[in-house]
Design a protein around this ligand. Structure first.
Ligand code: F6P
Length: 318
């Protein structure tokens, strides 16, 4: 193989730059050129790409965001544009593509692989909601960001004996809410995977007050409801609550060491896999092992969901 392309797509995630660094440098070690495509799949339609050198990725390992820019391309959902993208890659002399992102990115990559472009997907999203991998790049950083915010909220919540409703990201997934909630002593934790009624939330808050707890952090994943609406409903039940929406703060910042290491391992394995002739893979991690999965099969698998963490958070946050 002489040349491959790389793009970052969907919502950005801390550690995407570390993946790009790994891809460019692993490729260089194997004598392969790398075209960096800007703005995800949209860059394939716009013809927006250039060769990346090892210098381009110097000083990027600790930087949040993505040097290639990211985004969701509605146009790329259409078959005729996917064909156009495949033609463009071939015209550039690109023999394979590394796509870095979440489920939408994986589906876009699958469409290209069906058009004859070998693809390797590196899972990167703060949501940790992809089948076929225990971890996605960016999740650990986002959890740490949310935990830091919740620790600060706990300080003031305790001083004023308040209830705070903290809304965290995760449109379809409660992983971020669950991990951050467990780490920060939040309870109840509302996630789309295990809905509970607001009456039950109120009951648990009253019960923890009765036991002498001075503050409460109610953690709400975006996909389980709006923080403001939860607080309003609690207010209607006589429980006054303040709301903090953490929002896109969770998507930025310097990646943790864990995310950088994951980025290094998955990014370099993606290049190796394509160089070895793999055509359609998700590069995931299971336990401590990096593995390759058929992309189509990976997209059918349920994302990891540690159900027991919910109970654990409820038991421990007394
Ligand atoms: O997929 C990552 C994510 O941050 C979700 O948690 C969130 O719901 C969504 O992206 C927000 O997307 P956007 O930045 O396009 O509003």
């Amino acid at each position: 193989m002489k040349r491959l392309a790389v793009l970052t797509s969907g919502g950005d995630a801390p550690g995407m730059n570390a993946v790009l660094r790994a891809v460019v440098r692993q490729a260089e070690a194997l004598g392969i050129e790398v075209m960096g495509v800007r703005r995800g799949f949209q860059g394939l339609l716009d013809g927006d790409a250039r060769l990346l050198t090892t210098e381009d990725v110097a000083g990027m390992v600790h930087r949040g965001g993505t040097l290639l820019l990211a985004g969701r391309s509605p146009a790329f959902m259409e078959r005729r544009h996917q064909e156009e993208a495949a033609r463009r890659l071939k015209a550039w002399g690109v023999e394979a593509l590394v796509a870095v992102g979440g489920n939408g990115t994986a589906r876009g990559a699958l469409a290209l692989s069906r058009l004859g472009i070998p693809v390797a997907v590196v899972p990167a999203t703060i949501d940790n909601d992809m089948g076929g991998t225990d971890r996605t790049v960016g999740f650990d950083t986002a959890v740490n960001t949310a935990v830091e915010a919740m620790d600060r909220l706990r300080d003031t919540a305790t001083s004023h004996e308040r209830i705070f409703v903290v809304e965290v990201m995760g449109r379809h997934s409660g992983a971020l809410a669950l991990y951050a909630g467990l780490a920060a002593g939040g309870d109840p934790i509302l996630i789309p995977e295990a809905p509970i009624s607001l009456e039950e939330v109120a009951r648990r808050l009253i019960e923890s007050r009765r036991r002498g707890k001075l503050y409460s952090l109610v953690v709400v994943a975006e996909g389980a409801g709006k923080g403001g609406e939860v607080a309003e409903a609690l207010g209607a039940m006589g429980l006054s609550a303040h709301v903090t929406v953490l929002g896109h703060i969770q998507r930025g910042g310097s990646p943790t060491a864990q995310d950088r290491i994951l980025a290094a391992r998955l990014g370099s394995r993606a290049v190796e896999a394509l160089a070895q002739g793999e055509k359609n893979v998700l590069v995931g991690v299971k336990g401590d092992e990096v593995h390759l999965l058929d992309l189509e099969e990976a997209l059918e698998l349920p994302p990891p969901y540690p159900r027991k963490y919910l109970e654990l958070a409820a038991t421990l946050s007394r």
